[in-house]
Each structure stands twice: as C-alpha cells, then as structure tokens.
Design a binder for this molecule. Structure first.
Ligand code: GDP
Length: 425
C-alpha cells in the first residue's frame, strides 16, 4: 500500500476522522500536516467517542506512529489538554507513538486573544472564527514572528526570543486593541504548564519520516477541513489560514520528497458548512432542522449548529479536482433515509446562465442552486455492509454523484462506527 492522503472535499466535517481511523489499519505512520485545534475529527471506536482537534486520528492503533508535522499550528495548551483527555480514556501516548516536529511553530498565548479581539472589532462583519488563534498564528508564522517547537531545547535563546516577540506583540495588543499587555510571568507560566509537558514528544520528525520512507513504511497524511477552505484555492476570504489540499501534504508533513500515490477524498452525502461565507445550496427552516438533527450537525469544537443543504455537485466536483482525488469515501448516506425525495444541486445559475463551473469567490454570493430530485429509499441502511444489499434508490444516488464528480466512490459509510462501512472494490 503506497502513501495516501485523506482529505476533505467540501467545507470540512465530511467525516475524515473516521476514515483515517479505518484506514490506519493498513498504515505505519499517520501525519497531520496543516491546521490546528480549530476543527474536530470525530472518531468512535472501542475506547469510546473522541473529538480530536490536534492529535492525529491514528493514535488509537497499536504500532502506528503519529506525527504532528511542521505545517501544523502547534498549540501547546490545547494539545496538552487533549492528550490528557485521551489518556484518561485509556489510550497510551508515549514519545514512541506520538512525535511532534521540532520545526512546528508554536501558537503563542496571545494568538487566541488576538483572534477574539479582532472578532469583537469586526462585530457584525465577523468571519465566524473559532477563536482558536489560527489566523493570527499563521499570519505570524509567515511574518516569522513565532518560535519553533525545537527551540524549547534551547531555553536561554528561547527566553530572549519570546521576550522580543512579546514586546512587539504588546504594541498591537495595547495600541490597536486597547487590551492589557502580556507579562513575562504569564509567558513563564505557559512555558511550564504546557510547553514542558509536550517537550518529551518533540523531535526531528523529518529524519524519522525519511528513514520510514527508506524502509518502505506506509504513510498516511491526514488533512483538516476541506478543499473549499484552502487558503489559496478556497472561497477567499472565508477560508482557513492554511492549505488543506493533498498537494501540501509533503511540505507540511516534513517529508518534502514524498509522492502521494492515493488521495482519498471524503464527501458527505449532503452539504454542511460552519461559519460565514457563501453556501449556495443552503436550506433553511424546518427542512434544514430535520436534516441537521438527522445528521447531528453541530460543531465538534464549538457545538454551533451547522448550515446544511443538499449535496452540491458543482462545489464537490471542484473539490475533487483541486485535491486530485483518486477515490472518494461518501459518508453519512444513512442520514438521508428519512427523505422520500432527495434533492441534489446539479448546477449553479449565475447571471441568468446555468453553469457547471465553480465560480470565482466574489461571484459565488450571486450563484443560485439548480436542484434536481431523486427517489429516496426510506429504510434503515445502518446494518448493510455489501454494495449489492443497498436499496436500488440508494445505489442510484451514489452512482449519480460518482458520475457527476468523475471520481470512483470506493467507500460508502452508513453509520459512525468503525465497521459501518461498505467497501466497493
Ligand atoms: P471530520 O472533521 O471530517 O472528521 O468530521 P466530523 O468530526 O464532523 O465527523 C462527522 C460526524 O459524523 C461524526 O460525528 C461522525 O461520528 C459521524 N459520522 C461519520 N460517518 C458517518 C456515517 O456514515 N453515518 C452517520 N450517521 N454518522 C457518521
């Protein structure tokens, strides 16, 4: 089994966590290569139910080495809290099964505060940030105004570096936002309460990955969020601040020489979206509530109700293209079982013309969905494990999506548990 990336095709929350959890049985190493603690991957297995934010979803498998790559927004506080929660549920974490890149940059204590202050300033023009400090972190990463995790091994230099950064950041906090400045004491508390705890896990993961590659180990690259949230290819400015595409996996993982042979794109059987921004196929009112409740569509991190709609084939086809997906996992088909007729957004109408093309971000707000309907199946799918046992209407629905997005659907999931999966190969 060659290298594989698991990525989201849409707006995130497609069910990537459970796909990584399933596929890790065939892989030796799982790497998170971008993003931070601002979204959650839900995994349900023999240890219980987990909402992972930073930890790779391979941590439940014995023998799998999990890596937080250099592309991740490494938040020591959130990571340590999450590690403690997972360990309390019976999962073993050691420097052998969890490794943090010494080249990952630290999300500093003021990043979260800055996120909050900026959302307050924006008032009703908010982007719907999860206020985890992700945008301020990545802004500072590219401005080279944060520190590498590996600097924790050089305490003297680190101290001087952090004081410089704090003095600089206090200018923004006090003069731009009128907030209290950060103090050295706060920084020291943060270092000892969180950074010291994660320090034993920090190492040269690039060297580890290179030797894993030489030894023919199978590597799984795990993405957060989806194509439409990619900083460069998504629905700017309603994107995240990192690259969610599979093409970024080699860079953000610490293995720039990696070739990704297999890209499993995860698509939900309907659409959901968290936060602000254009969402062409959105539905409202009672119809939306029914779908939201059937799918349990409330944010894993924030509990916010997600915006919902029918599957958007225009956006999904675009997502498949930019991810260069080689196959698709379609999740949550079971959620649609209550619908007599199932809507699909097959095209957009833009300035009176129908189009199959995903528009330029600024034009997206003016797009209207073109809806077609297919027959529903109106029965429970959750115990089905074989493709041919699915009702004909369900197979037709899956095949219609497959044809529209021009990519084979090899997995169809019919429930949240590890084995609620139809493998179509
Ligand atoms: P991720 O961030 O892409 O991993 O997505 P989420 O954490 O939002 O996961 C999707 C949610 O749907 C989780 O609560 C999963 O347990 C659940 N889920 C995943 N696949 C299925 C499925 O096929 N059917 C149902 N009913 N729930 C699913």
């Amino acid at each position: 089994m060659a290298n594989c990336a698991i990525v989201g095709i849409n707006w995130g929350d497609e069910g990537k966590g459970r796909m990584v959890d399933l596929l890790t049985q065939d892989y030796d190493v799982v790497v998170r290569y971008q993003g931070g603690g601002n979204a959650g991957h839900t995994v349900i297995n023999e240890h219980g139910k987990f909402a992972l934010h930073l930890l790779p979803s391979g941590i439940f498998r014995k023998g799998v080495v999990n890596i937080l790559g250099n592309g991740v927004a490494l938040d020591p506080e959130n990571l340590w809290i999450e590690m403690q929660q997972v360990m309390a549920q019976g999962v073993t974490l050691t420097p052998d099964n969890l490794k943090i890149s010494d080249r990952a940059l630290l999300l500093l204590p003021w990043h979260r505060l800055l996120d909050e202050l900026e959302e307050q300033r924006l008032a009703d023009k908010q982007f719907g940030s999860t206020k985890q400090g992700i945008a301020p972190f990545y802004a500072d990463k590219f401005a080279k105004k944060t520190v590498l995790a590996g600097e924790l091994f050089y305490p003297e230099q680190l101290h001087a570096h952090l004081i410089d950064l704090m003095e600089w950041k206090n200018l923004t906090l006090t003069r731009v936002y009128g907030a209290e400045p950060f103090t050295l004491e706060q920084l020291e508390n943060w270092l000892s309460a969180y950074c010291e705890k994660i320090k034993p896990y920090i190492c040269n993961t690039g060297a580890f990955l290179k030797s894993a590659q030489r030894d023919g180990k199978r590597i799984l690259f795990e993405a957060q969020l989806g194509s439409l949230r990619d900083l460069d290819y998504g629905i700017h400015p309603y994107t995240t601040s990192s690259n969610t595409l599979a093409a970024y996996a080699p860079i953000g993982s610490g293995l720039p020489s990696a070739r990704i042979d297999r890209v499993v794109g995860v698509v939900k059987a309907y659409s959901t979206c968290v936060g602000e921004g254009p969402f062409v196929c959105e539905i409202f009112g009672e119809e939306a509530r029914l779908l939201r409740d059937a799918g349990g569509e409330y944010g894993a991190k924030t509990g916010r109700p997600r915006r919902v709609g029918p599957i958007d084939l225009v956006a999904t086809r675009y997502g498949v293209e930019v991810q260069a997906a080689t196959e698709i996992a379609l999740t949550k088909l079971d959620v649609l079982s209550y619908m007599e007729k199932i809507p699909l957004c097959t095209q957009y109408e833009l300035s009176g013309e129908k189009t199959d093309q995903f528009p330029f971000p600024t034009a997206l707000a003016g797009a209207k969905p073109v809806i077609e309907w297919m027959d529903g199946w109106m029965c429970d799918l959750s115990d089905i494990r074989e493709w041919h046992e699915l009702p004909l209407a369900a197979r037709r629905y899956v095949e219609a999506i497959e044809e529209a997005i021009r990519c084979p659907i090899t997995y169809v999931s019919v429930g949240p548990e590890r084995d609620s999966m139809i493998i179509r190969k």
